[in-house]
Write a protein that binds this ligand. Structure first.
Ligand code: URA
Length: 235
């Protein structure tokens, strides 16, 4: 197996970032530093270390969908000591999330120990749709929706265009559906900030063909083979 694929499958980094680690001399195979991109290893026998830490492939792959509640961080060790999504999932394997949600965002998160899969699905090239339900206070004008559909400008930077649909207005709250196919940091919140609106509730309800469905807040379950297949095929 190529060394960069081994590192990606093990969850160290994407293949491209693994190549950077290799060229920076941070990877050792059987005690020797390797700097060649194309290095081939025997994944059953060779001992691989990254910055002195042993790296191994997971024994079997796990794919989970979690309904993340608001008030949980998506990092394994939160620097502010906040609760993390990893406290919600009982799993012996070292899991990582496919993309992240903000601390205050709730909804669908996919967790896996398959690094190659996670890196692939999160890659902008795959452009997998992410759908959010957004609640804001007050009404929204058609012209404001048009700005977000075209790509709002945030601090001089043009955001990618988004599919934005008005759903309802009731008791002073506007509900919208927002679909994006990139996953820039705080992308949906920044789009609304650009039109001067503060998001009251942000919930991800779909990633590609995988829907959050009826999973309760804080609960999770395995992806079905069909759901996994849709993601792998970029759907
Ligand atoms: N966009 C955001 O602004 N926050 C999220 O958590 C996800 C998408």
């Amino acid at each position: 197996m190529r060394l960069n694929k081994f590192l990606s499958n093990s969850g160290v980094a994407s293949r491209r970032k693994s190549d950077d680690l290799i060229s920076q001399g941070k990877v050792r195979v059987n005690g020797k530093t390797v700097t060649e991109f194309g290095t081939i290893i025997n994944e059953k026998k060779d001992k691989v270390e990254v910055e002195g830490k042993a790296v191994c492939l997971p024994s079997s792959f796990v794919y989970i969908k979690l309904n993340k509640p608001k008030g949980y961080a998506c990092t394994a060790n939160d620097e502010k000591g906040r609760k993390t999504i990893y406290e919600l999932v009982k799993c012996e394997e070292r899991l990582f999330s496919v993309g992240r949600l903000d601390y205050d965002t709730e909804g669908l998160i996919i967790l896996t120990n398959d690094g190659d899969f996670a890196n692939k699905i999160a890659h902008p090239k795959y452009a997998i749709e992410k759908e959010y339900k957004v609640n804001i206070e007050g009404e929204i004008k058609e012209s404001e929706l048009a700005v977000m559909r075209k790509g709002a400008v945030v601090e001089g930077e043009k955001m990618p265009s988004a599919k934005v649909k008005f759903l309802s207005y009731e008791n002073g709250i506007t509900k919208l559906s927002v679909v994006i196919d990139e996953g820039q940091n705080r992308q949906v919140r920044r789009m609304f900030e650009a039109i001067g609106k503060d998001i009251k509730q942000l919930k991800r309800i779909r990633i590609g063909g995988v829907k959050l469905g009826g999973i309760k807040r804080g609960d999770y379950r395995d992806l079905t083979p069909e759901e996994l297949d849709m993601l792998v095929r970029g759907k």
